[in-house]
Design a binder for this molecule. Structure first.
Ligand SMILES: C[S@@+](CC[C@H](N)C(=O)[O-])C[C@H]1O[C@@H](n2cnc3c(N)ncnc32)[C@H](O)[C@@H]1O
Length: 212
């Protein structure tokens, strides 16, 4: 059984160290992707985990696309190398919507596989991946006017991944809340927030209904 771990952008060293400490047997590294022997570990630094990876020899662009289509419909490409060839394969695959999510909304449920070209004539594929998002990256329709900083995106992502967010009648405790990006998200969802910090909240956030 082979599992591949895709490091979050900029965190390949951390993932490599995490895998070393967990005694994972790394068979090969393909830029941010670490291919390992054995079942999946819950790697914190992996943006996506590819389960039960299969290597397939592919003679041509057309046969690579056909091999992927024969396995399933939806595929996300990871192409750190052989970009041109990989893009030509991707063009022959069914379109997968990458529309940004308008929070709050559930994550896509359709199975999304991942593939990469290890070499021009060799595919690595995984039909089952941890993340429902291409390469584990969630794109959102941004809120450019409400929040006081960009921290809201982290909480949006966490809540979408959990598939659950607070609503009216629920109360949250935001420890270290200033300037209030997360408090803004919770209050906007209609829940109550007790925001605690030694620094003040942004006045616009402090004035929101449900913020204490
Ligand atoms: C990275 S900021 C939090 C950003 C916030 N989550 C947001 O969404 O805008 C960390 C905050 O923790 C607060 N903090 C750290 N240690 C604290 C302590 N001992 N008591 C109260 N606040 C603390 C800091 O004042 C700072 O405002």
């Amino acid at each position: 059984m082979t599992t591949a771990y895709l490091a979050a952008e900029g965190f390949a060293d951390q993932l490599q160290e995490e895998l070393r400490r967990a005694d994972a047997a790394v068979i090969r590294r393909h830029e941010r992707l670490f291919v390992c022997d054995g079942p999946a570990l819950a790697a914190a630094w992996a943006a996506n985990i590819w389960h039960d990876c299969i290597e397939l020899p592919v003679a041509s662009i057309g046969s690579a696309a056909q091999a992927l289509r024969d396995l399933q419909r939806n595929w996300a490409m990871y192409a750190p190398l052989h970009h041109r060839r990989a893009n030509l394969i991707q063009e022959r695959l069914p379109h997968v919507s990458a529309k940004p999510i308008a929070f709050p909304a559930a994550a896509p449920t359709a199975p999304l596989g991942s593939w990469t070209l290890l070499a021009p004539d060799r595919l690595l594929t995984a039909q089952r991946c941890n993340s429902p998002f291409a390469n584990g990256e969630v794109a959102f329709v941004p809120d450019k006017t409400g929040p006081p900083n960009r921290a809201y995106l982290k909480l949006w992502e966490a809540l979408v991944r959990l598939g659950r967010w607070p609503g009216p009648g629920e109360r949250c405790l935001d420890l270290g809340a200033s300037p209030g990006g997360w408090t803004y998200v919770i209050a906007k969802l209609g829940a109550q927030v007790i925001a605690v910090d030694k620094a003040p909240l942004d006045p616009k956030v402090a004035a929101m209904a449900g913020v204490e």
